[in-house]
Ligand binder design. Structure first.
Ligand SMILES: NC(=O)c1ccc[n+]([C@@H]2O[C@H](COP(=O)([O-])OP(=O)(O)OC[C@H]3O[C@@H](n4cnc5c(N)ncnc54)[C@H](OP(=O)(O)O)[C@@H]3O)[C@@H](O)[C@H]2O)c1
Length: 291
């Protein structure tokens, strides 16, 4: 199958290229120069020239705090871009697999969010991603939107890499302990997307719509940091585990408000034959690749 991938240099984009390596799919992967998803002409010309069987959108504006100062830029990539991809996918009658975020929710829930729960983003990033979901759904019937959270990988910048750096620089590290979510390895997400592509190719029925895809066991950033330090010490990525202080969100102010509780229910994934991953196993794999 001919798969067109956007955002090839991001965490998900790079992991998706890795998981496609041993498959028979033909991958056409683009960075933001080869295919700027906010550029209507370029989107039209690349998609009509390449005639893909499916589009995977891994491109996004992911600078959550910076987005507060650059709303236009965030909306262009996270809302206009997905809308343009969806329009061309609909014209070719092919599916679009799009990725969104837990930040579409306000974090006030007390139990895991379902895909059907009311959204209420607290910042520009979440609002722009929600606008992207809506732009996709309204134009392209054949869409799968995977909302994911706390993405980490061996690529790019992410929380795992930041913790490793801090552990090697400091004896004490303070991490927020009152925000809860589910870490997700980008490689697992990439694999899930491949599974969806395979099912589509095999003609298996897919229920189009929004799904939640994230690591299996909720934790706090503090809990995640603790796991990172323990495993990194075992892997000798750090010489000594730093003293880990638990702090509150109030003690670590950021320009964009984060949801306090952004745990998402992964139950609905069964409908598309995809399993929720173990983030702990994903973390072990990532650390082994960083040794
Ligand atoms: N990272 C997280 O913790 C997290 C959490 C929840 C959901 N998500 C979602 O998961 C998906 C994948 O995230 P990620 O962590 O892999 O993101 P990432 O590492 O920040 O990669 C995003 C990629 O998008 C590209 N991009 C930006 N603007 C573009 C444009 N106009 N046209 C084409 N490409 C463009 C960037 O390329 P350039 O570098 O060239 O600009 C970058 O390579 C995104 O939809 C994100 O919103 C991420």
């Amino acid at each position: 199958m001919r798969i067109l991938l956007t955002g090839k240099n991001g965490q998900l984009g790079r992991c998706f290229q890795d998981v496609l390596k041993n498959t028979s799919h033909e991958l056409f992967a683009y960075d933001s120069t080869g295919l700027n998803i906010s550029d209507a002409q370029q989107v039209k010309s690349v998609i009509h020239t390449m005639q893909p069987d499916i589009i995977v959108n891994a491109a996004a504006y992911t600078a959550v705090d910076k987005a507060e100062k650059e709303p236009e830029a965030a909306y262009l990539v996270n809302a206009t871009g997905p809308g343009l991809l969806a329009k061309r996918a609909a014209e070719l009658n092919i599916p679009l697999i799009h990725v969104s975020t837990d930040y579409v929710f306000d974090g006030e829930a007390v139990e895991p969010y379902l895909p059907t729960d009311i959204t209420n983003p607290q910042g520009i990033y979440g609002a722009s991603k929600l606008a992207g979901e809506q732009a996709v759904a309204v134009v392209c019937k054949h869409h799968i939107i995977l909302r994911t959270s706390w993405v980490f990988s061996e690529y790019g910048n992410n929380f795992v890499k930041t913790m490793l750096r801090l552990a090697n620089e400091r004896t004490h590290v303070s991490v927020v302990s009152d925000q809860y979510g589910c870490p997700t390895y980008a490689g697992d997400l990439a694999h899930a997307i491949l599974q969806i592509c395979d099912q589509y190719e095999q003609g298996k029925p897919l229920v189009w719509g929004i799904y939640h895809y994230c690591g299996d066991i909720p934790t706090s950033w503090h809990g995640f940091a603790r796991a990172i330090f323990a495993k990194a010490k075992d892997n000798r990525l750090i010489v000594k585990q730093p003293h880990l202080n638990a702090i509150s969100t109030d003690e670590y102010p950021t320009p964009a408000k984060r949801p306090e509780y952004s745990v998402m229910s992964i139950y609905s994934l069964n409908a598309i034959g995809v399993q929720a991953p173990s983030w702990s196993a994903g973390l072990s794999l990532v650390l082994s690749k960083l040794v």
